[in-house]
Write a protein that binds this ligand. Sequence first.
Ligand code: CUA
Length: 158
Amino acid sequence: MMHLHKFEKIWLIFGIAMLTVFLGIVGVQAFAQGQTPAGGMKKIDPEKVDVTAPFDNPGVHQIDDDTYEVVIKAMAYGYEPSEIKVPAGKEIIFKVTSKDVIHSFTIPRTKVNMMVVPGQVNEKSYTFRDPGTYLILCNEYCGTGHHFMHTEIEVVEE
Ligand code: CUA
């Protein structure tokens, strides 16, 4: 009887220890996630995209001699603005958000392939080496018009 009591006590202590460790891990994870919300992306109100900077002014903006920003809105089933022209050999920072569901902003044969999530400023930097017309398409199934969702980007000699 005495031995059984001792065992129960050990199991109880073991149980409490496990619970403490478990809660500790959950707490640390929550803290770590709080430090880097959703991969460090900026949050915006997906209902107010048209009046939220930088999406209130979509298009190509020169930042300095070597850097351009391209602000794009994705929606079912297209991208705005529809005409994008950037110089080759310069850093292009794409900032894309969605006005409805999850889309993608994919430029085949480049490393630009990002998910476009409503409520997030999705960012990717890229430098086009060669001038030409590049296809931009949606890689995330977003509805009946998904397969037609695309646009083009014109890369011109600087
Ligand atoms: Cu947008 Cu598929």
